[in-house]
Design a protein. Structure first.
Length: 423
C-alpha cells in the first residue's frame, strides 16, 4: 500500500543549540526559512542530526512491479500527490498482470518522428547494413514526413501515405517527366513500412501503414529487363575494345571489356565488382573462383567458367595484388549503366541496356540451361527463392511458343461410330 508524506532531510545540530528531551524523544529548535521550527534529533553515525520536515512539500511512496519500494517528490499540492500515487500504483499493477500501460503508450505516441528516425538509423547501423541503404532510407523517410505533415508517431496514417505516394506518381518534373515509376514508389513504401514495423513492434501495437498496398510494377515497368543475347554481348565486347581509352570513365577500354565479361559470367553487382582486386581471384583452384563480400556482409565464392578464367588470367598478370581492378566512382548510383550505355551505343544495341542486365543475363542463362532452380538461387546469392523466380525467371514469347510445340500430339485412334439421326 502506497502513502503520501512530507519529505525530510537532516542537518547538523549547530554548536550550542539546546537539545531537549520529552517522553524519550529529543528535539531542537532551529530557524528554518526565517521561522523557528522544532526538529527531531537523531543519531547518525554517532553524531546528532536534526531532521527537517518540509511541511509544504509532498512526496509519494509505492511498490513497483518488481517489489521494490520507490519514492519521489511531487510538489506542494497534496491533491496532485494523491493523483500521482494512484497512477504509479495502477501502472505497477498493470505491469504485474502483463497489461499495457496507457500512460507509457501515450508518451510513446507523442515522440517526435525526427527523433525516432535517428534511433532507427542507429539500429540499422547496429545490424551492419551498408551506409548507402541507411542514407537512402533516411532521405525517403524525411520526404514522407514532410509530404504527409507528420510530426509524431500518432500522426502516422496509411491514408496519408497513400495520398502522398499518389502525388509523387502524378507529379511531373524535368527529371521525371512521367512521374515516379511504381518500382520507385514501392521503394518508398518498403522504407516506411520497415520503419513502422520496427517501432510498432517496440510499442506493442499494429503498424498503421500495414494495409497500404504495393503498386503493380508489371503495368508500368520503366526499368528495362532486357537481356542481351550472346551475339549482342559479343558485339558489346568488340565495341568496347575498339572504344577510346577513357570514353568518359577512369577505366580503360580493355579493362571495361573484362569488367563486362566478369559481370556477365559471375552475376556480381557493380558495387561488388568495384571492390575487387587480383587477390580476390583464385584462378588455379578447381574450379576457378572469385571471392566477394556480398550484401549480407558474408564472404562468398563464385565459380568462374574455364574459358572466362583463361581470358582473365593474362589480364591479371603483373597487377598489384591489392590494387583495385576497376577504380573510381563508376559504380555509384547509375554511373555504371551510363558507362555501359556509351559502349552499347557504339555497338548499335539500342535502348534498354543496363548494367544490372548483365547480372540478369547470368541468372536467366543459368535457368535456361536447365540447372536446378535452388542451384541457380545459390549462384545468384539470393536468400529467397521467390526473388529468383519473380525477377529473373523471365519467359519470352518464343519460350512460350516452344513450350506449346513441346506438347505431344494426340495418338491416332479409331473414332467411335455413332448412329446418325433417323437411322
Amino acid at each position: 500500500m502506497g502513502r503520501i508524506f512530507n519529505p525530510s532531510y537532516t542537518r547538523a545540530v549547530p554548536p550550542g543549540a539546546k537539545v531537549t528531551t520529552r517522553a524519550g524523544a529529543r528535539s531542537v529548535t532551529l530557524t528554518i526559512r526565517g521561522a523557528p521550527t522544532v526538529c527531531e534529533v537523531r543519531e547518525v553515525r554517532g553524531r546528532p542530526r536534526a531532521v527537517v520536515v518540509l511541511a509544504d512539500r509532498w512526496a509519494i511512496e509505492w511498490t513497483d512491479a518488481a517489489g521494490r519500494t520507490r519514492q519521489r517528490t511531487v510538489g506542494r499540492d497534496k491533491r496532485l500527490a494523491t493523483a500521482a500515487l494512484a497512477r504509479e500504483e495502477e501502472a505497477a499493477a498493470r505491469a504485474r498482470h502483463g497489461l499495457p500501460d496507457h500512460a507509457v503508450e501515450a508518451r510513446a505516441r507523442l515522440r517526435p518522428l525526427a527523433e525516432l528516425f535517428a534511433e532507427y538509423g542507429e539500429v540499422l547501423a547496429g545490424r551492419d547494413t551498408v551506409n548507402e541503404y541507411r542514407v537512402t532510407g533516411r532521405v525517403r523517410l524525411d520526404a514522407v514526413r514532410a509530404g504527409c505533415r507528420w510530426e509524431t508517431w500518432a500522426d502516422v496514417s496509411g491514408d496519408d501515405l497513400t495520398r502522398f505516394l499518389g502525388r509523387l506518381r502524378d507529379q511531373r518534373t524535368a527529371k521525371y517527366p512521367n512521374g515516379l515509376s511504381p518500382a520507385t514508389l514501392n521503394g518508398y513504401l518498403r522504407t516506411v513500412k520497415a520503419f513502422a514495423n520496427w517501432y510498432a513492434a517496440k510499442a506493442g501495437e499494429r503498424s498503421p501503414v500495414e494495409g497500404v498496398a504495393r503498386y503493380a510494377e508489371a503495368r508500368d515497368r520503366r526499368r528495362s529487363k532486357r537481356v542481351l543475347t550472346d551475339a549482342e554481348f559479343v558485339r558489346l565486347l568488340g565495341a568496347c575494345r575498339a572504344a577510346p581509352r577513357r570514353h568518359g570513365t577512369l577505366i580503360p577500354a580493355a579493362d571495361r571489356a573484362v569488367l563486362y565479361l566478369v559481370a556477365a559470367y559471375t552475376g556480381l553487382r557493380a558495387s561488388e565488382l568495384a571492390r575487387l582486386t587480383p587477390a580476390h581471384f583464385r584462378l588455379d583452384a578447381a574450379p576457378p573462383v572469385v571471392t566477394v563480400l556480398g550484401k549480407d556482409k558474408l564472404v562468398q565464392s563464385t565459380p568462374l567458367p574455364g574459358h572466362v578464367a583463361d581470358e582473365v588470367r593474362p589480364w591479371l598478370a603483373g597487377r598489384k595484388p591489392l590494387a583495385k581492378l576497376w577504380p573510381g566512382t563508376w559504380a555509384a548510383g547509375r554511373k555504371a549503366t551510363q558507362t555501359l550505355k556509351r559502349d552499347a551505343n557504339r555497338a548499335g544495341l539500342g535502348e534498354g541496356v543496363t548494367f544490372h542486365g548483365l547480372r540478369r543475363k547470368y541468372v536467366t542463362g543459368l535457368i535456361r540451361s536447365g540447372n536446378d532452380i535452388d542451384v541457380v538461387r545459390r549462384m545468384a546469392r539470393h536468400k529467397d527463392l521467390k526473388t529468383t523466380l519473380d525477377y529473373y525467371a523471365v519467359s519470352t514469347d518464343a519460350d512460350m511458343a516452344a513450350a506449346a510445340e513441346s506438347l505431344p500430339p494426340l495418338p491416332d485412334a479409331p473414332r467411335p461410330k455413332g448412329k446418325g439421326r433417323g437411322k
